[in-house]
Design a protein around this ligand. Structure first.
Ligand code: UD1
Length: 366
């Protein structure tokens, strides 16, 4: 079977790292990088340390308004699909690269396979929500990470081609955590952060908060961004914050105080897993990180009104909270009794890549 796979942003590199290795054992994959993420520590580092095959094409699209970025990708991907004539096109998640890929293939009547289908925040103002709904409605096979995602699709009348494959991110967290531990044990993580950022780091395992902020609803709303940093500045443990370039730009523009926060450059996946596993709590607006924290049994406070990953809210492993200084601090300081509880198995058995490949091959042989 020959497929074209589209990647463009960090969370997609992580999923491709797991899927591509397995799929390529007996099949052909043409990997297209749209270039949505392009800084070395937003893209190259993932390919290097996770051993992701070098993309066959890099469209080098870069940043832009949503319309411009998506349109340029659509044009580039269409050309590749016409040339490569694949049996299908595979996309991950909910970024502009996902939608552009799905749309290009759909117009050429090439079957679309969507990994991480069926997630909903029910907030159409989020660009990601628009991308996921549109992609799901033009996909032939929809690989859902959870039963909730399957149910969400059913509510929209999508039942054909829907498979609960478990969460490929669960595969990847389990696979890469041991590598991450090996690479960064014995204080090597501190050495690397100090060297990369030219700082001295006084931080102890399980005694710091790991924070990330990059959602448009937080970065592009001056009030929200200021309130988030005000709350983080008031916490009673060190806060370490690998900052997305978009957020860093805003923090500088608005002259936001980061005195009590260790702001560092974005980090690769192995470092992120290490920082997550060893943190006291994760504070984030990322979708993927909420789940990584959950899989690693670390509490998470999510700075958003809703989450697509509702399973993580059970027992308060994860809580969503309004952007208000007092509410944020109160949620971060919540009772953590749940830490001794078993987590129900709702994200599959960490063999999701193989389940997906079996279904793809069955479809191909039809
Ligand atoms: C994108 C996805 C989001 C995903 C996130 C993962 C969309 C709509 N959003 O958000 O779903 O959770 O990736 O990280 O597709 N920039 C750089 N260097 C880079 C990349 C971005 O400086 O390598 C800056 C640019 O100023 C750019 C901004 O970040 O305009 C936003 O980047 P963009 O790719 O549009 O969205 P993300 O916020 O990264």
């Amino acid at each position: 079977m020959k497929i074209v796979t589209i990647v463009g942003a960090r969370p997609q590199f992580v999923k491709a790292a797991i899927f591509s290795k397995e799929f390529r054992k007996n099949n052909t994959e043409i990997l297209v990088h749209t270039g949505q993420h392009y800084d070395a520590n937003m893209s190259d580092i993932f390919f290097e340390e996770l051993n992701i095959p070098k993309p066959n094409y890099n469209l080098g699209i870069g940043s832009g308004t949503h319309g411009k970025q998506t349109a340029k990708m659509l044009e580039g991907i269409e050309e590749i699909l016409i040339k490569e004539k694949p049996d299908g096109l595979l996309v991950y998640g909910d970024t502009n690269s996902t939608l552009a890929g799905a749309l290009a293939a759909s117009k050429l009547i090439i079957p679309v396979f969507h990994i991480e289908a069926g997630l909903r925040s029910y907030d159409m103002k989020m660009p990601e929500e628009q991308n996921r709904i549109l992609t799901d409605h033009i996909s032939k096979l929809l690989f859902c990470p959870t039963q909730t995602a399957v149910n969400n699709l059913k509510k929209e009348g999508i039942v054909a081609g829907v498979i609960n494959s478990g969460d490929i991110m669960y595969d990847s967290v389990l696979h890469y955590t041991s590598l991450s531990e090996k690479k960064y044990k014995d204080g090597k993580w501190i050495e690397e952060i100090e060297k990369e950022n030219q700082i001295n780091l006084d931080i102890k395992i399980k005694n710091y908060y790991l924070a990330t902020i990059h959602r448009q609803s937080n970065t592009d709303d001056e009030n929200n961004l200021k309130k988030i940093f005000e709350a983080l500045n008031k916490l009673n443990k060190p806060v370490i914050m690998p900052l997305h370039p978009r957020t860093l730009k805003k923090v500088k523009e608005l002259n936001i105080n980061v005195d009590n926060i260790t702001v560092i450059k974005p980090v690769g996946y192995l470092m992120m897993l290490y920082l997550t596993k060893n943190s006291f709590m994760v504070i984030t607006d990322s979708g993927g990180l909420q789940k990584e924290a959950y899989f690693l049994k670390v509490p998470c406070t999510t700075l958003r009104d809703q989450t697509e990953w509702v399973e993580t809210l059970e027992d308060n492993w994860n809580v969503i909270c309004k952007i208000d200084v007092e509410i944020i601090i109160k949620n971060i300081n919540r009772n953590l009794d749940f830490l001794n509880k078993e987590q129900p198995k709702k994200f599959g058995d960490s063999n999701s890549a193989n389940i997906i490949i079996d279904v793809l091959l069955k479809e191909f042989r039809k």
